[in-house]
Design a protein around this ligand. Sequence first.
Ligand code: ADP
Ligand code: MG
Length: 143
Amino acid sequence: MPEEVITHSADETIQWGREFATRLQPPVLVLLTGDLGTGKTTLTKGLVSGLGAANENDVTSPTFTLIHVYGKAQAKVYHGDLYRIENFHDFETLGLEDMFAAHAVVILEWSEKFPLPSPWPVVRIRLEHLGADARRILVLDRS
Ligand code: ADP
Ligand code: MG
């Protein structure tokens, strides 16, 4: 039975992310799926601030920059977005191997575009639009 929550504002999603972050032990790969505007980046604000890597206001979408890194040596959080990655060559330029060399939390939006073999435990979270400001957040599996 997947874990499920419904939030009614961006702030509620950020707050849920902050609490969920306390259950993330690096190294871990967090895969976020869901349509544009469902709240993947918003949820990441909560995850990153809950992990103590940055203030939520400093977490912005890496849609164009592809990867953002937050935090210091021992507690790095990588936040990537594969939305604009068009082919395997682009994907390879992201330097995911470097991330996996670090003892980190890696959060990826649109990861379903390039299924990647992960050497780490994976947490999959799916976000769904329920209309207006309501969103369903589903924790699909933790392996
Ligand atoms: P994505 O990264 O999935 O494209 P964003 O997090 O960038 O989505 O955008 C989600 C948008 O929806 C933001 O403008 C946010 O303020 C708004 N929003 C409204 N209600 C919610 C909610 N319950 N959870 C998350 N975001 C919400
Ligand atoms: Mg986004």
